[in-house]
Design a protein around this ligand. Sequence first.
Ligand code: LMR
Length: 334
Amino acid sequence: MNKWILLGAAAIALAFVGPAQAQQPIVIKFSHVVAQDTPKGKGALRFQELAEKYTNGKVKVEVYPNSTLYKDKEELEALQLGAVQMLAPSNSKFGPIGVKEFEVFDLPFILPDKVALRRVTDGALGKRLLKLLEPKGMVGLAYWDNGFKLMSANKPLREPEDFKGLKFRIQSSKVLEAQMRALGSIPQIMAFSEVYQALQTGVVDGQENTPSNMYTQKMHEVQKYTTLSDHGYIGYVVIANKKFWDGLPADVRTSLERAMAEATKYANEISQQENDEALDEMRKSGRTQFIELTPDQKARWKKALTPVYSDMASRVGKTVIDDFEKATKATGTN
Ligand code: LMR
């Protein structure tokens, strides 16, 4: 065939394909397990809005909340397989895929407050931990806050002895398992979406979670007592499928990074208020009775939980624990 005819045909084909391709947005499926009305739920929606805005519609973000696509463990597998592109699992959920170091965040009473938390997540250790995700086919984009945890059950939990023999739902973290065993209770790993029903039917006796998670899942309606223990923390690592992320056009990736930086700032600004409001709502509902620990009681919780640190040092890494504690105790940013 004549060269000019071929070139002409190619030009016509391009004229049709070009605009059609330009109209096809890159789709990011962002799956998560909590309600929209939570720090993570709102953070995901803010990212969606900003990502679409900053890429001028070249990217479309589909947010799937409430485990509508996948439960906890499945969503990580789905991300690795590329069935979804983004997630924000809690720090406690990376053990089953072989990244145990994030469980350092689960050590009881390791975080005094959110200022100390920022020194970990924004500092050298935070960056080092994110790097560990890369060999697993993931890229760590940001840390998003939820908050400090409460303990609930159908009996009052004031002293470590009160936990004896109770079955507790936990996330899939060996540190949380060790924590519950140190208190004499029986830990049971369970997906977040199944907790309400398990509490309601008595499959488990108690659970630990943040106020916003408890309230939005109505856990307070099926737990007679809730202890304001602040014994641990739940936060998230926002992750993307690495192949997908690295394969994005550079300008798109830069715009998404900008959207993520702003969504992160927003999510971390609202997390405390979201949890305070959830706590207020639960108080107002009168469905669960709140228990404050006296300083002596809290000291006894801490003492009972101290062995978890040495028991878990080989799993989480002694250096990780030491660096975490150094960062939390440092003054100023590290
Ligand atoms: C849980 O499983 O309790 C939490 O990690 C859920 C979440 O994502 O906040």
